[in-house]
Ligand binder design. Sequence first.
Ligand code: C2E
Ligand code: CA
Ligand code: CA
Length: 575
Amino acid sequence: MIMSQARVPKSVLLSRLHARHTSDAGVSGLADSRPGHAAARVVKLLYRRMAALLASRAMTMAFTILACTSVWMACVLAAAKLAQLSGEEASRASATALSGDVLASVERIAGRVDEVFNDLAVMGAELPRCGEADLALMHRSQTRSVYIGAVGRMSEVDGRLLCSTMGTAARGLDLGMADFVDRTGTTLHKHVRPPWLASTDFIVMVRDDIAVFVLNDVTTSILSKSTSIDAASGAFSRHGGPMVFHRGDFDPEGIRALLRSGAQTSFDGNVLVAISPSTKSDHVAFVAFPASRVEAAVRNEQRMLVPLGVVGGTVLATCLFLLLQRMTTMAAALCRALPTERIFMYYQPIVDLRTLRCIGAEALMRWQQGDEFIPPDRFIVAAERAGVISRVTRRAVSLVAWDASALLRRYPDFHISINLSAQDLRVGHAVVLLQDLLKATGLPPSSFWVEATETGMLEASEAAKVIAQIRGMGIRVAVDDFGTGYSSLAMLDNIRPDMLKIDKQFVATIVDGGAGCEVVMAIIALSKSLGLDMVAEGVETQAQADFLLANGVRYAQGWLFGKPGPIEALKPMSL
Ligand code: C2E
Ligand code: CA
Ligand code: CA
């Protein structure tokens, strides 16, 4: 046994390795990783702590659940908020439209009243006041609008009604104090109730000696039609005076304040008010909705938007979940682990079967998560699938440089075998990495071998070029796992490797002195005919070693000679 892991306590070796294996700066960055800038070291430390935190499965799961739930909640809350805004906006729009209708009604009435004033002022100017022709004119004018209940003339002496279309009973009617005088001098008298028409409420407008009696009830019923039972509405003059033609409960001061503010709507949580100032006259119409009406509109929007928010939130949360799952897959976790001490290399001795000396070692990557070792078969495949294998290779080469430089300088005939993946050969960055390795370590190319699987070599013609470049540098190239893929003579002819590695599954067939190991014999024959060296993998028994040596296989690797272990456990050139 050339190397035994028992000789050096594993924990000691690991801690020594961990102390050194903390840089992912690449091979050329080796010199920079020595004690340098404190800030850079702090950043690296923080990064490692973050990576370690995220690599913890419980943390990842907690983060995933938190993120997905937050996204779902945010979507539902956003939908509810949108429904609130949209319901409010719909109520504002509806109130604004209704106040526009109210304004149109009020202006129509005001227009008719003006026409009556004009009729009597112009056509009645030549007529004897309250004469037959004057009264006939008043009757005609009254028919201009259903809102107008009567027309009359006022006495200039006592300010009482002189005559009107209401007959003699109305003569002498006192309109009382005016409620408002507008800019044209027209006075407004609210709630005039002639005693003989007790149930009729008039708004009377007086200009000069002409009085127009507008039916308040008819007008407010018009307002009721344009708004709805729970809404208040009405109109007033921009320049002051009381509210005219109004219905429902409202706060006149609040409405005037809204007019002063220049805004068209307001909602204080209790009442929503919309105003429509006229562009033609002094009139301003308003509509006031109670909060219950806004709430109904919001509920209406919620019925539509909240289910959409739930569906959207579920879709987004699912997408996020899948994305996070993807991000936290093995490849992602590996990328996080790469710059940390959780990734390190083990080395398995390769012996010369003729001398039984340890002439080299294969570098095999190890990934330790807590107490668990994740098998390289799994994480290398995951890294290849995720397209991050080049980072793994860079880290492997960097670690080999760290671990083995001193040893290789001391034993110039010793070598370290580095595994390359199919993608390394396709992309070709391996050449640069190996050049950097030689430059950074100052070691000769004979200090390194490269192992690449035949699958990688088959997949791209680029691989032949890359391998030619590596061999051109003086580094020996072995076809790994030979016989397990689609080996072909054409491939070997194209690639022209230095040696073949006989896979351990074939070596395992060597029992009872070689019976049943035709594939091994075929590979040996092929290698000999092509003049290639051979390395047998997975040699576990002396019988296998004897058989291989007897059949011309020069190099071997396997548990018989030593399991993979820390660099310190290697005994180069020893028997
Ligand atoms: P491989 O290149 O064929 O490496 C040889 C594998 O056989 C190693 O498994 C080694 O531990 C195992 N082995 C050695 N001797 C014996 C033996 O006597 N009996 C048995 N049953 N097994 C033996 P490991 O370390 O688990 O590596 C598995 C594979 O992971 C490697 O196969 C290689 O394809 C890949 N791998 C490991 N490290 C790296 C790396 O740094 N880069 C790349 N690209 N691939 C790597
Ligand atoms: Ca290998
Ligand atoms: Ca192999």
